[in-house]
Write a protein that binds this ligand. Structure first.
Ligand code: GLA
Length: 338
């Protein structure tokens, strides 16, 4: 291999073209500059980090805000990329008007359904040419107590079977895209079982669910991650479902670790991160055909939501590219495989 060739940085999307799509969650600012360049080179799928959430895209009953999602769509089309639609039904970042009727009382089931149908139709009509997967329902399983379902306005108003109903509504408007149930920690044993039971029941009732989204907000110290990941992929696949990793980042900190003294990642952190990235991508490759998309929740360490969660204002370094957009050792592990 010539020196020049050796120094050429491989493209992530290119390296994985026979496996699955490689995505990134983006803001409109990411479409230019350093992040824009990284997107064009390494990614073939975009998710709006916030701009397509209900509260952002449809802030008032008579007003949609398409400005940001339209820019993302244009960028995607110009660069031969597809998009993941994120998200229709979630308990966060959802407009309150949706649940209130004209007299200021809680809206009826009929009214919320009508509004949701209208919303889904408008959003699908505008974006379904570029969207290959929708996160139809996000985070509906309870994980703080023994309950199966999270208690949300959606569920209270639409009733027990709302997940099935919502999938049917989206299916009617977009029969081609993969319809995904998305959640966090749903590879961990307890939540996996709750999610499996819910999905099995909904599928038996005929809900058009195509796949499960594993958000993939992981960290460098979870000893059970690989085993959990493998088990969850197989368990969901046994229901005939595909898998998408929808919000991947590998934090330097476990959730309970609230230390704030680091100005940069230590070499130990970077080394552990390399191993985690190496191992998770080898599992993703192993399940080629089942795993259809892997999306990072961000692009580089320059900007990540982990800088403010779970510790506000603490820098984290969860991505494959560093704060200057340079590929980290983790990147090399992910692209260099046989
Ligand atoms: C959840 C949501 C995402 C995003 C992250 C945090 O995982 O699905 O849309 O809000 O939280 O940024």
């Amino acid at each position: 291999m010539s020196k020049e060739c050796k120094n050429t940085i491989l493209s992530l999307a290119e390296a994985y073209k026979d496996y699955f799509k490689i995505g990134a969650a983006v803001t409109v600012n990411d479409l230019q500059g350093m992040h824009g360049d990284l997107l064009k080179k390494h990614f073939n799928s975009l998710t709006a980090e916030n701009a397509m959430k209900f509260g952002e895209i449809h802030p008032e009953e008579d007003r949609y805000d398409f400005e940001k999602p339209d820019k993302m769509k244009e960028f995607a089309l110009n660069n031969n990329m597809k998009m993941r639609g994120h998200t229709f039904v979630w308990h966060n970042q959802t407009s309150n008007w949706l649940f209130v009727d004209k007299d200021g009382k809680e809206a009826s089931r009929e009214l919320v359904l009508e509004r949701l149908k209208q919303h889904v139709k408008v959003v699908c009509d505008r974006y379904k040419d570029v969207v290959y997967a929708w996160d139809v329902v996000n985070e509906a399983i309870e994980d703080k107590n023994g309950e199966q379902y999270r208690d949300t306005k959606w569920r209270r108003i639409l009733g027990e079977d709302y997940i099935k109903t919502v999938f049917e509504i989206v299916k009617e408007q977009d029969s081609k895209a993969a319809l995904i149930y998305n959640d966090y920690n749903n590879e961990m044993p307890e939540k996996l079982e709750k999610s499996y039971t819910m999905l099995k029941e909904m599928l038996e009732k005929g809900a058009p669910i195509d796949g499960v989204g594993l958000q993939g907000h992981w960290n460098i110290r979870d000893k059970n991650l690989i085993e959990n990941l493998r088990r969850s992929i197989e368990r969901y696949a046994s229901l005939g479902l595909k898998l998408q990793v929808t919000e991947l980042d590998v934090s330097m900190f476990e959730f309970e670790d609230k230390r704030t003294e680091f100005k940069e990642p230590t070499s130990e952190m970077l080394a552990l991160q390399e191993l985690v990235y190496n191992d998770i991508f080898s599992v993703f490759r192993e399940y080629k055909g089942l795993v259809t998309s892997v999306t990072f929740w961000g692009i580089s360490d320059k900007y990540t939501w982990k800088d403010n969660f779970p510790v506000y204002g603490r820098k984290d370094w969860p991505m494959l590219f560093d704060v200057n957009g340079q590929p980290k050792a983790s990147f090399d592990r992910v692209v260099n495989f046989k």
